[in-house]
Design a protein around this ligand. Structure first.
Ligand SMILES: [Zn+2]
Ligand SMILES: [Zn+2]
Length: 270
């Protein structure tokens, strides 16, 4: 793992915090002097440090089985990465570690059992530009572009006079924070399994989804009215109950540093 803060120990939260404070001061200083390119570079350094340290905390949250906290932090990483990528060179994005985080955030998200989210429907009265406070109207825009950085600050459009209309339940939300599920009812064993096999949040791995057949007698604990282990969505009684072998979803992990042999065991939840 290489990033521009190789001298910072990102597992030390107070060291990360004090570095961020120092960078913010330096950014303010550069902006006041009108040194826009320096202010913008420091903005990138801040975002990269935030994203790498948040990712580090996220994976530790998963290890501690704080799955929902970790889920929200993955979302934070995703958003920060998006803005950073739009405002930096490919070289900086890779070198800072943000590129790694972006790829792995997607991989971790794909291992979560969440599939339903709340999406709020709202009507916004008007927006203002976060850089110059200009009230944005169809024929009256300022010179700033949403998502770009100016003198070390990200331009966002801030919503005013918001009126909430309804909430809907969606499977592919714009933002993923509002998960509907009750975590108690979900199976996080894939995450748990992977965590027990990696030694550092920056270990590299690949997940390969397949299916695997198991003999019927290994499913004796599944009742007729339970969901079928094959994940068809039907009840066991109406689906695979009378089959000789039952095919269930299976994930194989390939770890760059090799599996930790002491914990190697097949995951079988039934
Ligand atoms: Zn503006
Ligand atoms: Zn089935």
């Amino acid at each position: 793992m290489t990033n521009s803060y190789s001298s910072i120990n990102i597992s030390n939260l107070s060291e990360v915090e004090s570095t961020l404070t120092a960078l913010n001061d330096a950014k303010k200083n550069a902006a006041e002097k009108g040194d826009e390119s320096r202010a913008n570079q420091i903005w990138r350094d801040i975002q990269a440090l935030k994203v790498v340290s948040t990712y580090f905390t996220t994976i530790n949250n998963i290890k501690e089985q704080k799955y929902r906290d970790a889920w929200c932090k993955l979302e934070q990483c995703e958003i920060t990465c998006k803005f950073l990528r739009e405002n930096s060179s490919e070289e900086f994005y890779k070198k800072s570690g943000a590129d790694f985080v972006e790829r792995y955030v997607r991989k971790w998200q794909s291992l979560y059992p969440y599939c339903m989210f709340i999406s709020p429907g709202m009507v916004v009265g008007y927006y203002t530009c976060s850089i110059c406070n200009h009230k944005i109207r169809p024929r009256s825009r300022c010179k700033h572009i949403k998502g770009r950085i100016y003198n070390g600050e990200l331009c966002t459009h801030q919503a005013h006079d918001i009126e909430f209309k309804e909430v809907s339940i969606v499977t592919n939300p714009v933002q993923k924070f509002s998960v509907i599920h009750d975590d108690e009812t979900l199976d996080f064993s894939v995450l748990e399994y992977l965590c027990s096999h990696i030694s550092s949040p920056f270990d590299e791995w690949e997940a390969h989804w397949t299916t695997k057949k198991f003999p019927r007698d290994r499913f004796n604990s599944v009742l007729k009215d339970h969901k079928c282990p094959c994940q068809s969505g039907n009840s066991f009684g109406k689906c695979c109950k009378d089959k000789v072998e039952i095919e269930i979803p299976h994930v194989d992990f390939e770890l760059k540093n090799g599996l930790n042999k002491n914990v190697e065991a097949e995951r079988f939840p039934y």
